[in-house]
Design a protein around this ligand. Structure first.
Ligand code: GDP
Length: 301
């Protein structure tokens, strides 16, 4: 992985692009209602959402009342503490090895960065000497299978792919093959879909059930890849996919773009599902582990 400093810079740049710098709120001289109002607006602008914004403001006012800050600059420090605490439950690392193979099913809407994230994750796992098998469960789009095959090739891992047919059948075969070939990890890429496409959500449920038939304890991870630029839409995707499938982890991409980042606070407040990785660019080293305090600092600088 790249040095942490360089990706933190990318994250900061992305977060700053919104023009809604939260840090600006703390440049005054007084802690008063006007400051809280400005802060509320800035947090909402940064996609923090109503619930998390209210929670953070209450938390912050309590800390100020306890005498922990007497000037705006110090309030910023308290907000970093409050946000870091709120985000802390999302900070968890993806573990493999409890089962062989560890089976991961990856879902998301089109364009979220699913295939790219799987590719990067595969490279990282392969470099850490894990034996990975990819399953191209998007049986309809040739381009999706080809893109995954390119990543498989780069990482020099095997791929189970099939044109047409039932995506759950391909996934089943991949899990069986993964066990037979002593793989450490099987990662199934599924076709992008919207949570409102109910028949396609049923298809995902079926893939999940069928994975369980191939390997009783699987899937061990159901990961949602979500574009960090999509604001409250991202939160809605998390909720819908979680309701349908029971998510075990998230990958939040494109935080180097125009992302506002506050959406992670909204997710933490409403669905505390671990954020295993964040994406801050298109390169291999741009898939990074999530650290609550670093993220809070980057957002509030
Ligand atoms: P999928 O449809 O969900 O599989 O999405 P893709 O993996 O094909 O990604 C869609 C586009 O987003 C591609 O151009 C990727 O290079 C780009 N992308 C993915 N992750 C990131 C990220 O973290 N940052 C940026 N800037 N681009 C990303």
């Amino acid at each position: 992985p790249a040095p942490r400093k360089s990706w933190l810079d990318k994250l900061r740049q992305g977060l700053r692009k919104t023009g809604s710098s939260i840090a600006q709120v703390f440049t005054g001289t007084q802690i008063d209602d006007a400051l809280y109002e400005e802060l509320e607006a800035a947090l909402l602008m940064a996609d923090t959402g109503v619930k998390a914004t209210e929670f953070l403001l209450e938390d912050l006012k309590r800390r100020v009342k306890e005498g922990k800050a007497t000037e705006p600059a110090a309030v910023r420090g308290l907000l970093i503490d409050a946000l870091a605490e709120l985000l802390k439950p999302l900070q968890k690392s993806l573990a493999i090895g409890a089962s062989q193979p560890t089976v991961m099913m990856v879902v998301g809407v089109n364009g979220a960065g699913k295939t790219t994230s799987i590719g990067k994750l595969t490279r990282h796992l392969a470099e850490a000497n894990a034996k990975v098998l990819l399953a191209a469960a998007d049986t309809f789009r040739a381009a999706a299978r080809e893109q995954l095959a390119v990543w498989a090739d780069r990482a020099q891992v095997e791929i189970v792919s099939q044109e047409g047919g039932d995506p759950s059948a391909v996934t089943f075969d991949a899990v069986v093959a993964g066990r037979a070939r002593n793989c450490d990890v099987v990662i199934a890429d599924t076709a992008g879909r919207l949570p409102t496409q109910l028949h396609l959500m049923e298809e995902l449920k079926k893939i999940k059930r069928v994975i369980g038939k191939a390997e009783a304890s699987a899937p061990h991870e159901v990961l949602l890849v979500v574009d960090g630029n999509t604001g409250q839409n991202a939160l809605n995707q998390v909720k819908s996919f979680d309701d349908a499938l029971g998510l075990t982890g998230l990958i939040i991409t494109k935080l180097d773009g125009t992302a506002k980042g506050g959406v992670l606070a909204a997710i933490a407040r409403e669905r505390a599902i671990p954020v295993y990785f964040i994406g801050v660019g298109e390169k291999l080293e741009d898939l990074q582990t999530f650290d609550a305090r670093e993220f809070a600092q980057a957002l509030l600088e």
